[in-house]
Design a protein around this ligand. Sequence first.
Ligand SMILES: Nc1ncnc2c1ncn2[C@@H]1O[C@H](COP(=O)(O)OP(=O)(O)O)[C@@H](O)[C@H]1O
Ligand SMILES: [Mg+2]
Length: 354
Amino acid sequence: MIKITNLNKTYRSKTGDVYAAKNVTLSINDGEIYGIIGYSGAGKSTLVRCINLLEVPDSGTIEVNGQTLFDSSVGDDGKIKASVVKGKKLSEARRGIGMIFQHFNLLDRSTVFDNVAYPLKYCGIKKEEISSRVTELLDLVGLSDKKDAYPSQLSGGQKQRVAIARALANRPSVLLSDEATSALDPDATESILSLLKELNHKLGLTIVLITHEMSIIKTITDRVAVMEDGEVVEQGDTYDVFSKPRADITKKFVNSASALSKLDELLENDEFLRNAKKNRRLIRLTFDKNSVGDAVISELSRKFSVNVSIVLANVDILQAGTLGNLVSVIDGREDDIEAALDHLCKCSVGVEVI
Ligand SMILES: Nc1ncnc2c1ncn2[C@@H]1O[C@H](COP(=O)(O)OP(=O)(O)O)[C@@H](O)[C@H]1O
Ligand SMILES: [Mg+2]
């Protein structure tokens, strides 16, 4: 388990202080894929680099697998006193936490084999043992045939596979992934995400995945935290955050991965839709896993003599289930419309009149 409590990190610069992490509290369970999403500059990298102490926080606590890596308290003089794990204990803790990056950070002059062997070379492991471990790791990431290649001879996706193999060399329980697919094309992104998912299942690896793309959060994460200006503004099960986003920035992220993002544009250009009139409403319906397969719309027309026409529709397939969104126009007598909307609510369909 990774437990971060009241974490603060400030960068001092000539142009002023940057509060990159503000009072961040979150916990990540063993074996889960935990997403951290935010725009550039939100503080995601800072937060994740605090987990392995590549950045040392100003205050707060960091606990990884039961070991306290950083802890602070306020002394009698009112000043913050911090205790940080150092030396051998820090190296040991870091061996338990692998990390991958957007630009792979491979050694260009070394072969794939040597890149993966690199973290094993300074642990007093015998040559034959290193060789068999590297072979095993390359097999795990599907690159057995590339062991003698150099990074320049590999595609982006293959380079990231090498980086993943290297990050796993010391059998860490945690993998930190900082925008690991941001430099890859959609196909390579998909294959790296399925590899991460496979490693999560096979090895029980805990993965902390940073991204600015909601589609990635949607595909792979169990839980998610949304960051803005150094703060975690929302966190929870990915499905819950997706189906009932609260913070404005979360709504923006959710819409960015949905056909419903076209709604504003549509409203701007379509007077008929924009002017909700008597006997007509523009509604947004949310079907969660309890209602998604039901024939609610046709039932509505039959029961309440209203007409429902679909304007926009989107279905998301998340780890925890399917989520449907529908923007429709509902026509009919006022009392029929009210009764129909009431009925939808009873069928556990989320209803919002736009
Ligand atoms: N070493 C540094 N020195 C000064 N400011 C920094 C440093 N690293 C990051 N920052 C600033 O901290 C904020 C958070 O950065 P970062 O954690 O990299 O965000 P993200 O990964 O979400 O893009 C940004 O405003 C960034 O400019
Ligand atoms: Mg970053």
